[in-house]
Design a protein around this ligand. Structure first.
Ligand code: SF4
Length: 465
């Protein structure tokens, strides 16, 4: 098993003062071999931290003296040091099976690891969860966790996961809730499989068996043109409307019984159904924002008010930053805290100041276009253009800005034919690369990359006027 490597040492940090170098490999902390960044963080909380490191093949011992709870100041190469637990399911709707060939290898990993659920909000089906995992989650208070439910009917669930363990693994959800762990659920709805009466049954099952669930997001499956599953198809407008209506009906039942709505349909459903979004207040603080629930309303609110409301706090007071794009967890652990921060916006090549006054063109996915155009118009930014990037890299019904590939952005810019002031949201980049591995520097014209929240866009547009 390769040792976790130090990729950066923060300036003036305890680790730098004690002589830890980038490139050092971490063998142990206070005599223990950490399995992941969660354990690393716990061990490194001590005021005296004895590190066993390997530098250029030579073993060294470094003692770091610091305040209790003060971060060491190291950025580590991975969040999971032993092995990411991969899933043993074979869901027909799995997006990983629908990825084009030739992407970086880490993107094809099907994880089903409760640690990544805690660290990054990845959803776990619990089919590989064990008694020892439960003990650790409870002992270390790894909360909140995110669980894929899909259906509460054991037979439907195991059919959807193509795994007979799927029938019984929700018993772990019951155990987690019994131990006071905060859990957020999701149901990925596949037409003809778990919509209609099955969806009604699942929401009834949640009310009956898992009423402590904090929230449940109902999201439509994504179907790329690379899918090899003939039964998997996008929703029709009618099916999307029916699903939104089912969720709305159940929100009322949950409110009557539990005093809170519990379940929300994702934004994509409202776009597919051509229905108006609920008001921002209806999302009650946007607890499933990163799963696409209430993103549009929080974006609009942040754009109009100039600050972002959609950064929920977990019960232990930690903020839950947004993911910096699809599969963000593969990019390694942050220097501080448990969760990876959103990519910081950077300008690439085009200098906004040089081009002040030039017409701005916002590049976004087809869904983004549906939201941005009316928002800009009613906010008095009529001069700003919105240019939708058609997603041919994934194809199918994939239309979100976060899955824009460099090749599609390049084609869109080439079709434009002239340089201009093009602006790209950072949500489609991870460490400066698109999902297809290309970078903004390779695009035919310069672009500026800005953070993907409404407040940042507003600030950018006002500054550019
Ligand atoms: S559980 Fe998730 S990763 Fe595993 S096959 Fe199903 S969708 Fe894919």
């Amino acid at each position: 098993m390769p040792l976790p490597q130090v990729v950066a040492v923060a300036e003036h940090s305890p680790a730098e003062r004690s002589g830890v170098w980038p490139g050092d490999e971490l063998r142990s902390i206070n005599g223990r071999v950490p399995r992941d960044v969660i354990e690393y963080q716990l061990l490194a909380d001590e005021p005296i931290v004895d590190l066993e490191v390997v530098r250029g093949g030579v073993e060294l011992e470094v003692t770091v003296l610091k305040q209790e709870g003060e971060p060491l100041g190291l950025e580590i190469s991975a969040a999971i040091f032993d092995r990411v637990r991969t899933c043993d399911n074979h869901c027909e709707f799995c997006f990983i099976y629908q990825l084009p060939k030739g992407m970086r290898r880490s993107l094809y990993v099907k994880d089903d690891d409760y640690r990544l659920s805690f660290l990054y909000g990845n959803f776990t089906t619990l089919t590989r969860f064990t008694e020892a995992d439960l003990e650790r989650v409870v002992d270390e208070g790894l909360s909140p966790l995110y669980v894929s439910i899909h259906a509460t009917d054991p037979e439907v669930r195991s059919r959807m996961l193509r795994n007979r363990r799927g029938a019984m693994s929700l018993r772990w959800l019951r155990c987690l809730l019994d131990h006071g762990i905060e859990v957020h659920g999701q149901i990925v709805v596949c037409p003809g499989l778990n919509d209609g009466a099955v969806l009604h049954g699942s929401l009834a099952g949640i009310l009956d068996c898992f009423p402590e669930l904090s929230t449940v997001a109902v999201v439509p499956l994504g179907v790329s043109r690379h899918s090899k599953e003939p039964a998997m198809r996008p929703h029709t407008t009618f099916e999307a409307r029916t699903t939104v209506e089912t969720v709305t009906e159940w929100q009322e039942r949950f409110k009557t019984t539990l005093g809170r709505p519990v379940v929300w349909a994702s934004d994509e459903y409202y776009l597919l159904a051509e229905m108006a979004f609920p008001e921002a207040a209806a999302y009650e603080g946007f607890p499933q924002h990163e799963n696409g629930v209430g993103m549009v309303r929080s974006f609009e609110q942040a754009f109009e008010e100039g600050h972002d409301h959609a950064r929920p706090l977990s019960p232990n007071g930690r903020s839950i930053p947004g993911r910096s794009g699809f599969f963000a967890w593969v990019e390694g652990a942050p220097a501080e805290g448990y969760r990876a921060p959103r990519t910081v916006g950077v300008s690439l090549r085009a200098g906004p100041r040089e081009e002040k006054g030039a017409r701005i063109t916002l590049l976004t996915g087809s869904y983004g276009e549906m939201v941005l155009r009316p928002l800009l118009e009613r906010s008095g930014f009529m001069e700003v253009r919105v240019l939708a990037v058609r997603n041919e890299f994934f194809g199918g019904n994939i239309a979100v800005a976060g899955l824009m590939a460099g090749s599609d952005v390049a084609r869109t810019l080439s079709d434009e034919g002239v340089p201009g002031r093009y602006v790209l949201p950072d949500v489609c980049l991870s460490k400066g690369r698109f999902l297809d591995g290309s970078s903004p520097e390779e695009l035919p014209f310069p672009v500026e990359v800005i953070p993907s929240d409404g407040a940042s866009l507003r600030g950018y547009l006002e500054e550019a006027r």
